[in-house]
Design a protein around this ligand. Structure first.
Ligand code: SAM
Length: 236
């Protein structure tokens, strides 16, 4: 994410909110990149116990995690200088409601950063990742968890367009790693095993297993790279 870190180097964070923060991966990027910040809050609706574990990986007292629904945030209007949403658009039940909430809690002149992996115009090694991600999403949905297929670049831009942002910048990041790196192949293959195991109780397990095996074949034929990340930065 060098391109984003470089861009963040020019920004003072002030009060920062990371919506749907998950394990806080994007907060690490913000910490690496931002010139400075007053505080960073990560919100997610996962179990409070998971968020507590996540927070143990952050020693900086200015970083805090709160269990909260992004559709109904417990913050005053105009509270944050920067609001981020990373790799979560395809996990939301109601994107419009979350975007309205993001607009509401962002200060006038505040900055929105949306980072999202995309599924189109990918190399064959990136397609391994996309196919795998869509397979995970299918298994997650069959288990009752919100997880949809990832969007194309144009779909992400169309979604963000509704925010009516000013001074919009669109950046792209491509994973530069060796697609045939043996440790990565082994790591992904292990994740495929884990997902096959997870799918075992499902009715159409055999279909899920076969799809997993065909993705593993693709993995060892062409390798793997992370999908392209589209990053949209704009002002309220
Ligand atoms: C892929 S993960 C997070 C990724 C993380 N932001 C990153 O960049 O690594 C997507 C997250 O969205 C969260 N999520 C989905 N719907 C949500 C909602 N309504 N409110 C808060 N979090 C939500 C999920 O719990 C999950 O942790």
């Amino acid at each position: 994410m060098e391109i984003l870190v470089k861009r963040l180097n020019t920004m003072s964070g002030g009060k920062v909110l990371d919506v749907a923060t998950g394990r806080g991966n994007f907060i690490k990027i913000l910490q690496d990149g931002l010139k400075d910040y007053e505080k960073i809050i990560g919100i997610d609706n996962i179990d409070a116990s998971i968020l507590e574990k996540v927070s143990e990986n952050f020693t900086d007292k200015r970083v805090n995690f709160i269990q909260m629904d992004a559709c109904k945030m417990d913050f005053e209007n105009d509270s944050f200088d920067i609001v981020c949403l990373s790799n979560s658009l395809h996990h939301l039940s109601d994107i419009q409601v979350v975007l309205e909430e993001i607009q509401r809690v962002l200060k006038p002149e505040g900055t929105i950063i949306i980072n999202e992996m995309i599924c189109d115009n990918q190399t064959s090694s990136q397609m391994t990742y996309v196919l795998m991600h869509h397979w995970w999403a299918k298994i997650d949905r069959a288990m009752g968890k919100l997880h949809f297929e990832t969007f194309s670049k144009q779909q992400v831009l169309d979604i963000v367009h509704d925010l009516n942002l000013r001074e919009v910048e669109v950046l792209e990041f491509n994973d530069p790693d060796d697609p045939m790196d043996q440790a990565s192949l082994k790591g992904i293959s292990k994740i495929i095993d884990e997902y096959i195991e997870r799918a075992k109780p499902l009715q159409n397990f055999e279909n899920f297993r076969q799809e997993g095996e065909s993705i593993r074949k693709h993995l060892y034929e062409v390798g793997v790279n992370g999908a392209t990340q589209v990053i949209v930065i704009g002002k309220k």
